[in-house]
Every structure is written in C-alpha cells, then in structure tokens.
Design a protein around this ligand. Sequence first.
Ligand SMILES: Nc1nc2c(c(=O)[nH]1)N[C@H]1C(S)=C(S)[C@@H](COP(=O)(O)OP(=O)(O)OC[C@H]3O[C@@H](n4cnc5c(=O)[nH]c(N)nc54)[C@H](O)[C@@H]3O)O[C@H]1N2
Ligand SMILES: Nc1nc2c(c(=O)[nH]1)N[C@H]1C(S)=C(S)[C@@H](COP(=O)(O)OP(=O)(O)OC[C@H]3O[C@@H](n4cnc5c(=O)[nH]c(N)nc54)[C@H](O)[C@@H]3O)O[C@H]1N2
Ligand SMILES: [Mo]
Length: 890
Amino acid sequence: MPGLGASFGRGAATSFQEDLQNSDCILIMGSNMAEAHPVGFRFPMMARERGAKLIHVDPHFSRTSAMCQQYVKIRTGTDIAFLGGLIHYILLHDKWFKDYVLAYTNAATIVNDEYKDAEDLGGIFSGFDQEKRTYDAQKTWHYEGEGEGERTQAGHHMKAESFTERTGHLENPLPPSDPTLQNPNCVLNILKRHYRRYTPEMVADICGCSEQDFVRVAETICSNSGRERTCCIVYAVGWTQHSTGVQIIRSATIVQLLLGNMGRPGGGIMAMRGHASIQGSTDVPTLYELLPGYIMQPSALRDHGTLECYLKQETPKTGFMANLPKFMVSLLKAWYGDAATKENEYGFKWIPRVDDNYSHLACMIRMLEGKIKGMFLFGQNPAAGAPNGKLNREALKKLDWLVVRDWFEIDTAAFWYKGPENPDPATIGTEVFFIPAASSAEKEGTFTNTQRLLQWHDKAIDPPEDCRSDTWFVYELGKRLKKLYAGSTRERDQGLLNLTWDYEFDRAEVLPDGSASRIEGEPDAQKILMEINGYTVADRKQVRDFNSLRDDGSTACGCWIYSGVFPEEGNNRSRSRKLTPGVYTSPDWGFSWPLNRRMMYNRASADPDGRPWSERKKYMWWDEENKRWTGPDVPDFEPTKPPDYRPNSDSTGMQAISGDAPFIMKPDGRGWLFAPMGVKDGPLPTHYEPIESPIPNLLYPEQRVNPTIELYHVPLNTYNRPTAEYPIVATNYRLTEHYLSGPMSRFDSWLNELQPGMFIEISAELAEEKGIDHGGWMVAWNSRCAIEARAMVTRRVQPPIVNGRTVHQIGMPFHWGFAGETVGAIANDLTSISADPNVSMHEAKAFTVDVRAGRLEHHEDIKPLPAAPWPTREESPDTSKSAQPEGQAI
Ligand SMILES: Nc1nc2c(c(=O)[nH]1)N[C@H]1C(S)=C(S)[C@@H](COP(=O)(O)OP(=O)(O)OC[C@H]3O[C@@H](n4cnc5c(=O)[nH]c(N)nc54)[C@H](O)[C@@H]3O)O[C@H]1N2
Ligand SMILES: Nc1nc2c(c(=O)[nH]1)N[C@H]1C(S)=C(S)[C@@H](COP(=O)(O)OP(=O)(O)OC[C@H]3O[C@@H](n4cnc5c(=O)[nH]c(N)nc54)[C@H](O)[C@@H]3O)O[C@H]1N2
Ligand SMILES: [Mo]
C-alpha cells in the first residue's frame, strides 16, 4: 500500500530554496513557511532585507503572516477564485510579459473549435461524461488538427502522475498558432473569456477578503515581474489538500507563465514538501500507479499486454519523454538482471498491472469493507494522521494482521485497546505485530529534500536492541520470500524469483568511532544507490547520467531521474559537501535531480535569441563563441542546441523541440497555459466550492463542486450538506513544535512542554455568539464525529465576509491522538475521505462543523450524529440541474 505521506505532498519545486533570496516579490499561499519550513524561511527573509515584497494569503494569521508586508485573509478552499482573479487582472491590464509569453507558452496556439469552455456550459467543460463523471480530454480539448488520435487518457483508476501522462502526446510538434492573437480559439483568448468574471469584486465576494487587499496584491506581483524583476510563488499543503488541489497549482503556473517568471532566478514555483525524503518517496515511489522516475505502472485496463504495446501506447512522439523506452528497459534490467532478455521483453510481464485505485485512502475504504487481510505499516500513523481517523481505526479492526514498524507504540499500533471509542480488545480480531525501527541516525542512506536534492547521511551509531533499519527488514523479508517460493514454476512467481537481490555488505561496516557494526545482515545502501544510478551491463561500470541509457538491454538503471548521482565508482555525489564561494547554486553540494540541475526550465532565463532578459536577472545564456548554453547551473536544454534551431512537423523526440522552446518535457516545448491533456478535471482551473461548504458557487451556481471528484459513500464517511446544520468552515494546520500526527513529538517531553495540548482557534465574534471562553473547553462536531479541545479565542482567525454575509471560520492543529506523553483530540476525526481526480488527494483543509461550549460528557457522544443521506454515489453524477436537491450540484 502506498505511503500516506507520499500521497499528500505531491509535486516538485521548480527551483531551490536558496534562490528565494533573489526574488523581488514572494507570494506565500497555502503554506506557513515560517513555521513548517523554518530553516528554508531564512531565504525569503534575506529577500526582504534586500527590498523584496512578501505576501501571505491564508485563512489564519501565523508567524509567516507576521513576517510579510501584506497579509490577506481568505476563506479556505477559495484559492482558484483568488488566482483566477490575478489572471484576469494580468490580462485586463495588459501586464503579461509579451515577449516571453508569445515565445515560450502556448498562448498563440489554436484549440479546435469543438471545445466549449466552462464559462459557456455553467461550470463544466466539453467532453464530460455525466454518467461516469469523467472527462474525455482527447475528444474536445485538443489543439487544432490533432484529432482524437490513437491514445486515450488512462482510465479513472490511473491518476495522471506519470510524466508521459502529464505531458501528453502530440502528432504535430508545431501546432497551428496565431501570433497576432486574432483567432478567437487561440489559447490567450480562451483564457480571457474563461476568467472574465473573476473580477476583484467576485474575488472579494467568494474569498471573503477586501477588493482593495486583492488589488494591492495583484499590483505588487505585476510590478515585480518582467525583464528586470521576478516573483516566486511558494505553496505547500494548504493548496494540495483540496478537491481542486492540482488545479490550484495549475493556476499558479498560469500566473507565473503570464508574468514570465518560470525558469528565471527569483522566480518559479516552490513546492514546500514535507516529511524527510517525501520527495524521494515519490521519485522512487511508494505509489501504486508509478514506477521509479514517474514512469507509468502498466495497467490491466490499457493495451499494456506486452512491452511493445506498452511503449507504443505510452511513448510520446516528440519532446524529452520520447526517451521512455530507454528508461523503461534499463529499469527492467536493473530489477531482473540476467533474467531480463530481449526474448522475454526484459521481464515486462512480471510487473503487476494496476486495475483500480489503490491509493492509501481508497485502500482504507476497501479495508473497512473487509477486503484486505493484512497490512505492513512503515512509519505511518493513519489512526490519527489520515483523514477520517475514526474510519481508519474501524478499518484496522477488520484486518487479520497488522505489522507496525515504528519508533514508538503509536496510535495505529495501540488502536485495539486505546482510543476515543474505548475499544474492547476482546471484540477485535486483528493481530498486531509491533516491530521496533531504527531512527535516521542509526542507518545510512540518502534523503531527497524539497528541492530535489539528494543528500547522503552516514550511520552515527547502531540502533539499540532489536531495532533494525527498514532496509534491513525489507531485504530480509525479500530473502525469506525468495526462499519460500524457490523452485516454483508458476509464472506469477517468476518476478519475485528473478528479482536481483544482492546488496550484501562486502566491506567492513565501520561506525564513526572506528568500531565495527554489530548489526548482521544490514544491506549496503550504497550498492542500492549505485543500482539506482545505473550501469552498463557488460562491465558493470557506472553510467555518467541518463543520456547513456539504452533500450537494447545493454544498460541498467533503477531510477532514471537519479542517474548521475553515482557516476563512477567512489563518486557518490549525494555525499559531496563542497560549497563553492560566490556560486549560490552550489553544484558540489549533494545532487539535484535531474542531472544535478538546480533550476528547472532554465532555458527560459534567456530570451528567444539566447541572451539574458536583463543583466539583473542573468542566469543561463547561449555562448555564441563556444556554441553552448552556459551559466551557473546545468542547462535544462540540449547543451549545444542553438537558439535558432527549428524542427519541421515530421521531427520526433528532442529534434522536434525548437531552440527557443524551454519546456522540453512538453511535446511542443511550450509552457501550457491551457492544458489540452494531462489533467482530469479541466484544461483550465475553475473555481468550485470545497465538497463541504456552507455557500453556493457564486461563479457557477449550477456546478457547486468539482464534477469529477471521487466520493466514498460509506456510513462512516458521510459528507456534510451545504445546509445550516454545519455552518462553520474549518481548516487545520501545523505547529512548529509538533510533527504531523504527533508520534515524533508527542513522545518528547520538551516539545510537549512547549505545546501541551490540542486547541481550536476561534474568533472573538464566534466565541461571543456561542458563549465559549478563551482557555475553556469546546466541542466541534459534524456528521462524522465530535471532538473536544481547549478554545483559543484569537484575532488570528477572523470571519470572512462572504458575499455580504459573515461566515465563521475556525482552525486547529492536527498533531494529537491518544498515544504519547500528551494526548488530545484528533482533528482528523472531523475530516472526510475523498479523492481529487488527478492525484487522489483528500480535502482535509476544508470541511464544515458546528461548535458549542463545554465538554464531551462520555465517549458515547462521539457516535456519528445523524448523517444527511445526500449525496450518495448514485445520485452524484448530478450535473443535471433537475436532479439537484436544493437546486445545487455536487
Ligand atoms: N514543525 C513542523 N514542520 C513540518 C511539519 C510538521 O508537522 N511540523 N510537517 C511537514 C510536512 S509532512 C509538510 S507536507 C509540510 C506542510 O507545510 P504547510 O503546508 O506549510 O503546513 P500547514 O500548516 O498544514 O498548512 C499551511 C497553511 O495553509 C493554510 N491553509 C489551509 N487551508 C488553506 C486554503 O484553502 N488556502 C490557503 N491559501 N491556505 C490554506 C493554513 O492556515 C496554514 O497556514 O510541513 C512540513 N514541516
Ligand atoms: N487533517 C490533516 N491531516 C493530514 C495533514 C494535514 O495537513 N491535515 N497532512 C498530511 C500530510 S502532508 C502528511 S505527510 C501525512 C503524514 O502522516 P504520517 O505519514 O502518518 O506521519 P506521522 O504521523 O509523522 O507518522 C510517521 C511515523 O513514522 C515513524 N518513523 C519516523 N522515522 C521512521 C523510520 O525511519 N522508520 C520507520 N519505520 N518509522 C519511522 C514516526 O515515529 C511516526 O510514527 O499526514 C497527512 N494528514
Ligand atoms: Mo506532508
């Protein structure tokens, strides 16, 4: 089962945190960077010292807000309205960076004329299948002349997460365009129409901010973008954890492309990722629908029977991902070694095929339904950390066995005898195996941080007693399984039997104090990294980088995007620690994928002719004398392709990308303002209300929420109706002093002293209305559960005025549970399970509740309150207006 963490903070920063110091303006939105990324926050602070403007847009005022010159309070879940307002403002006031936009984006590209915009169809786009509640993008969103083609989108069960699925496929790398922008179907005109009603008034009405505050933000961002200045956008899970999360991030990319901020110093989009190495766990994924390096997992529901069919279907004709066959075959060689031959398609048939949504949340629903027998849990605490904590705990009770490998007896390991429901162990059949895990200081390996940087850490000491590293455990488990299945002739066992499994330590493992390790059987993490980097099969020499990979079985590589991290014996680049004075890209500090490149799309830092846009914002440029791209970073471009190179419409692969097209992953090399494919809920971000929201959609009254959202209608997972029953908007967030669902901090007495217990932040107005005292107890509940906590009455949360009416909004940390030195209510008992269509993300950042003063008298109170029967799965294809209860669509 994929890691919970992995499914929460998807994305990758386009740049590196040190580069934030070069920004002239930083918009922090959906992130509390000062508290959740306090070390990296020094760079926005350095920018501010140099005169940059910092802006924070967030439902609650935090330490980040306090450090910014502008703070705008918004209602949670309304970011697309805000960012759509920015797009409208940029276009209306002609603030877009014309030379950049016309050359580097698909602004001038013509979309086929069957395309109908959400603006014309009341909030849905053409190509929508009412029954399945999915879009067929290929049908009507494509560029002029592309036609439907052979390729279809992956089914709904496959999230659009592989590079090839995201970047799509074009027959013609030079799609028809109108650089004069007269054609009504060119992207920029579609964009103008789509956002024409996202006016400052509309933004203020939906988001609950003031028009003036919004306009001030828009002016600040626009006046700090262009040739001479750049603006960066920083986000984290305040954006991702929404039913529209992927589209919120898309909106930011549109803003940044229009303003010419992508691929330039001080620009870009900084995805602030979470857990140590969560970036790593999506790169070499713990995800069900991806193979390492964002290669699509073969699917049982597509034409993936043979490697040939798979590659034929998935390989784009143009752009960088045309290299897919090299990466795929090299991956198979790394996994299956000598057993992978041309004759058996390198063992392709041994890879399991996906046939449904197996993301964490979907699996917990299956578990609740009794369809899953056992679970291994490596460093994850779903009993408190996953949305709908109560449902998660109930699901665990349905298991036959559960293995928890952790440092502490966490909530998920103790669910059978402790917890808000006072469980009776005699009634629970789950056998729980608690296995102690080594901590990061007790093992060696790499972390990949938020800026795609791999850094090696040595083992400082051996883990105590029976604690072992996760690598030790998995390696040992693999060895035992191989032994168990040895000699089997069943086809389905051959993958396991042929798996290369040879990471023995064949050098002495010496600890920093010079003593020998006493851990027997610890695999050599360095060997694993060497395999990930890749090697030539004949002589087992490390390959320099992924440009050396081949599709004929002569090379092996465990994860192509990491190739180059260990380019030759003895050169573990993730271990390098050299700071080069004066070069802030620090190319000798760790290894930044891909190819040790710090900033993605950096070809865009030069103009179409290859000259820096300005002296002040110089980064990479074309060196005419030496005929190559140069600058302080690794060019994100073919190093010797001149700016004036032009393909023709028959060109394939990288040949099809012209010398002035910086977005080489895309099949046309352009930044996509309009996405003709690759997103499942629309080619343009559109404002929808959160699944739970007390107000209608002011922009599209007929279409309340994202029409493609996946809902799970099971008794413990009801959704609150947009009625007066749960009128209060709620969100949640982190505290510097605690970590996630709390195991890593709730067992630490010093941190507990600093933040001793669960609380809910409420406004003075709400406190007065409900008679709740500051510091006193309060109860928050909805149709799923009820929790009690101390009330913090504060001006840090203030009710937004939405469409002329006061909407109360509250916020709370989500760090507590029932295990640990301090215990407290679980915020996630109030959140629900749902899945956004692109990445299966839940909507923990926006839900509804009601509150009262006082305490929960006894645990009986926690029984779910009467659930509204609407919406059900059957009823929810309801974009047909007539079927709507209360005239509203979900
Ligand atoms: N101390 C500490 N540091 C951490 C963690 C921790 O638990 N403790 N966790 C780590 C992990 S795994 C992650 S993923 C990162 C997460 O880092 P962040 O995303 O910064 O963490 P949060 O505090 O959950 O959410 C950020 C902000 O989003 C706001 N927000 C909520 N809803 C919305 C919305 O609809 N729109 C907007 N614009 N803002 C909204 C919240 O009010 C909050 O201020 O932090 C990492 N760092
Ligand atoms: N309501 C709400 N829910 C959220 C979020 C939110 O903002 N709001 N954020 C979400 C996000 S972004 C994330 S990342 C998830 C995180 O959710 P989880 O992944 O469940 O994170 P933790 O609660 O920190 O649990 C991690 C566990 O790993 C253990 N551990 C640490 N190191 C190791 C190791 O090396 N080996 C092993 N075996 N165990 C180890 C720790 O002791 C801890 O018990 O929570 C999500 N849930
Ligand atoms: Mo996270």
